[in-house]
Design a protein around this ligand. Sequence first.
Ligand code: ZN
Length: 457
Amino acid sequence: MTIKDIGQELAGVIGKCDADYVEAHLEESQTSHVVYRGRELDSIGRATAIGGNVRAMVKGGWGFVSFNDLNNLPERVALAVKQARFVGREASQLVAAEPVVATVSVEADRDPVAIPLAEKKQLMDEYNDIIWRTPEIQTSTVGYADSRKQTIFLSSAGSFIEQTRADITLRLAAVAARDGDIQQVGLSVGSRGDFSILQSYHDEVAHMAERAVVLLSAPQIKGGEYTVVLDPVLAGVFVHEAFGHLSESDFVYENERVRRIMTLGRQFGHPELNIVDTATIPGLRGSYQYDDEGMPATRTYLIREGKLVGRLHSRETAAKMNEKPTGNARAINHRYPPIVRMTNTYIEPGVVSLADMVGGIKEGIYAKNWYGGTTSMEMFTFSAGEAYMIRHGKIAEMLRPVVLTGNVFNTLENIDAIGDDLTMNQGGGCGKGGQMPLPVSNGSPHIRISRCLVGGG
Ligand SMILES: [Zn+2]
């Protein structure tokens, strides 16, 4: 029996439950991976997994049961309903949803897992060799992972949605060392299941390794407030990490202080600033047709003309906050319930060329690539992967890694130029509530921030 057949049988069971709402997810996945630590092959293999979950709502309380085989499903449904009954003590609130019956197979023909492991290992060998060919490299990491997943979603309201998706990630890092000094540079790329996209990174990998070595002799920045130009990767991650997570309504709903700050209609930036989250763009890693509550994907403006105009919802948060649903409930796999997540989040392009943006700066910083960072409410600390001085309108010497620190709202307000060159970064993975890395993408054009605190890394 296929998981679709099992789903069809299950539909009869959950339709008859004594609960306000019941949904089930069934999932069958294949994965493969190749990991090198230094020159050594650390791990290589393939796996398949099957499983599912049932989520039930009674009087506002959720019951959730997940499983790694598809046996005894009626008992599991009964258990989820029993759990829900145990915790429910108010009215169930879920925004209305049209039942959907659909098969989404746009990527059914893409199966990166089916490509022989030997071919993937060969490519990783090539990349690792390029890194190790560079003098003064001390170590490297190379991590390739792919997956192909078929999911069935069904609900007591009559939805039955079959979706297939494929995903690939590749993360590389080169570490250079000299006289006890260590510098590291990384590269993260991803694709919606298209292996061929990953086959042409030889030049970039070489450049990455060379940069780690160049950093050993690069000067340290003199800390202070600078005009900073962010490249699309760093600006995209800034939008996701510093701002996007504050737009997730479960967080907003539960946190009174965030609710006060994130008041719809409030002016957060320049009238040219537009920030969007959408799962509707084909081919991006955060895209889908229906979310894990069976809601259609939408295009949601978070900031429009500088004003806060929207946020991301599950069916429950939309009902509780009396706002429109956005189709942003996602689960990383069948072991977890769907929660409010971003998809593809980006700043829309403006009209300023990079040359004009840099041209007006007497002394500033050009910060590129994401290296890491933390956020705590509206405060952020981000490490750029690559940084250069800007002197008299020109990009000048390379610097050691820099750290940008600030308040997200002041920073949005200080964006004074938005480039004409939107690029989406497909190398991202998002973590929330123990569910990571969820496939997302983010993007931006180059942006200029008029006053930003920059320190040494
Ligand atoms: Zn995230």
